[in-house]
Design a protein around this ligand. Structure first.
Ligand code: ADP
Ligand code: MG
Length: 322
């Protein structure tokens, strides 16, 4: 039987990157990291709980990827550069096949994003993985939620709604073409954090957030914190490729209220449109302009005739009731 320390040594303690910001990693009472001078530490925690965020029996490799991806997405939304992360893991048993697969997914993304695992905690318990990421950002260039200004353009990276469609496949056995099924499940299980875009938007975007709970809800946080409103044009929404197979109302609902997209929604002055497009190009991501920030609080979504669109759902929950 694998002991707690064997388990950590075998699956989580890996050769160290040299010359980085991590001075002491796994194995002591604390890790030591040194953020660059004149930068703030950016810290965020996200938990994945079995039965809540994923179904029992979910593929461990995808869980490893997603647990880190959702945290990196928060750093991206802050314009912060990843420094290190810690992992708190509760496992029902030390299942080596599960651990090997989980670690594979986790470290594939960690290596790609050049972020190092610096510590954590391991215990027996209901399956639960909690990652804390540490990043750094020049304090005044952090992409906060409270920085939107009247007349700012509202932008979104990538596309919306395919992850929500993936949830429909997993929970309700929705049948789609093989290609659309693959796209939707990939978007649900293996989200791509937009780290390069977040970095490239420093000094350009006034505010940003990542879309984890749906565009309306998450943009709502920017509006609330900035004490402003917004107008969006439904026709401009970048509908996910798989979601395009569905009826127009489902497309609209999933794009606006579906969760798990992990795209960046950000606000930038119209005078910086060229710089936004350059930043997106540099980051290799498509960005779409959806609307404007307005002084009147509230979020209005308009159709092509300028009428408010009707939505059946106000949150992604609507479709996920058992
Ligand atoms: P302590 O009792 O001081 O909290 P632990 O015995 O829990 O230390 O952990 C020993 C070392 O292994 C620590 O450096 C801790 O950060 C690291 N560690 C424990 N679990 C994990 C994990 N799941 N991933 C990475 N590092 C871990
Ligand atoms: Mg401990």
């Amino acid at each position: 039987m694998l002991s707690e320390f064997d388990l950590i040594a075998r699956y989580f303690n890996r050769p160290r990157h040299t010359g980085g910001v991590v001075h002491l990693g796994i194995g002591d009472d604390c890790a030591l990291i040194t953020p660059p001078v004149n930068e703030s530490l950016a810290i965020s925690t996200d938990m994945l709980v079995e039965g809540r965020h994923f179904l029992p029996g979910a593929d461990p490799e995808s869980l490893g990827h997603k647990a880190l991806a959702v945290n990196l997405s928060d750093l991206a939304a802050m314009g912060a550069r990843p420094l290190g992360f810690s992992l708190a893991l509760a496992l029902p048993q030390a299942d080596e096949a599960w651990l090997a697969s989980f670690a594979r997914g986790l470290f594939a993304l960690a290596d790609q994003e050049q972020i190092e695992l610096i510590g954590g905690d391991t215990t027996r318990g209901p399956l639960n993985m909690c990652i804390t990421v540490f990043g750094s950002v020049p304090t005044h260039h952090a992409l906060r939620r409270d920085g939107a200004r009247v007349d700012d353009d509202i932008w979104i990276s990538g596309s919306l709604g395919d992850a929500r469609l993936g949830l429909e496949i997993v929970t309700r056995h929705l049948a789609l073409s093989e290609t659309d099924t693959a796209i939707a499940l990939e978007r649900l299980h293996r989200p791509t954090p937009r780290g390069s875009l977040g970095l490239a938007l420093r000094g350009i975007a006034n505010a940003a957030i990542d879309i984890s709970d749906g565009l309306i809800g998450d943009l709502g946080h920017i509006l609330q914190r900035s004490m402003l409103g917004a107008t969006l044009e439904a026709d401009l929404l970048p509908i996910g490729r798989a979601l395009q197979s569905q009826d127009p109302q489902t497309q609209l609902e999933f794009a606006l209220n579906g969760g798990d997209d992990y795209e960046l929604c950000f606000c930038a002055p119209p005078a910086k449109r060229d710089r936004v497009i350059m930043a997106a190009k540099q980051a290799g991501v498509v960005v779409t302009r959806l609307g404007q920030i307005v002084p009147t609080p509230g979020l209005r979504v308009l159709d092509s005739a300028g009428h408010p669109v009707k939505l059946h759902s106000s949150s992604f929950d609507h479709f996920s009731k058992p």
